[in-house]
Design a protein around this ligand. Sequence first.
Ligand code: SER
Length: 318
Amino acid sequence: MKRILVTGATGQIGSELVPFLRSRYGADRVIAIGHSKKPSHELQDSGPYMSLDIRNHAALDDIISHLEIGTVYHLAALLSAVAENQPLFAWDININGLLNVLESAKKHKCKLFHPSSIGAFGATTPHVDTPQETIQRPNSMYGVAKVSAELLCDYYFTRYHLDTRGVRFPGLISHKTMPGGGTTDYAVDIFYAALRKKKYTCFLRPDTRLDMMYMPDALRATVEIMEADPARLCYRNAYNISAMSFTPQELAAEISKHITGFQITYEIDPVRQAIADSWPDNMDDTPAREQWDWKSEYNLEQMTMDMLNNLANQAPKR
Ligand code: SER
């Protein structure tokens, strides 16, 4: 049976998707690649790991060819805030890296998963129940690259019949891996701060509503769309998927139910606030529900409880 390749394996999604795929399809079948030469023990000890710069097309193509890769989960990318600090570098990684993967996937007839994001929308997009098909005019480099990536996935599907599939992830929350340089990072950081110090200084305004998802739902969505019947899929760019929608104020209130005396204060980062203001409050995920039976499991209450229970073992006791 052909093998599976995960790029960006040491990143926020990759470091959890690799173990998830290994337990589902077999450890030796899932090859993890990341830019880090020192990945976590979990990643390195649980199956094959290789260090690779996604911009090195020859080396990537060699891996796909020699290891008989049949499916690629291409996660290597920069998140929104770091992309805004280094726009050309972000374009190089997020787009030229994707083009390398698309070309090799075409050549070796691989199936491809590529994650899009709420970042593929912009200020002129309807923010409430954002439709699957709507205005996409982001003004961050992260968003520009996400829209371009969606179009490229569509193009390779139509032109070359490459089996491209993707979802638009909301902000992702996880107790295992810290995000690095995203706009929705506050929704992870806040849990660590709450457990350690009972207080958190948030870089977004209290009323900034964003679409969010707990990592177990995100991992399940990734596998479910890849296992979906291709005949039912009308969209090859990316599907809206949604789970919960909240503001920093609402998340803080939920955490306060479990941590007495928790306090949130605000010091706004104008760059991330501008990005967040341009993103949807919540996406309408009807096509995903209808075409591949997507359904989220975690809401704000369940996610908060699960995050605190899991992190309590890693942080000083409350
Ligand atoms: N969570 C990402 C970020 O904040 C958006 O997809 O950059």
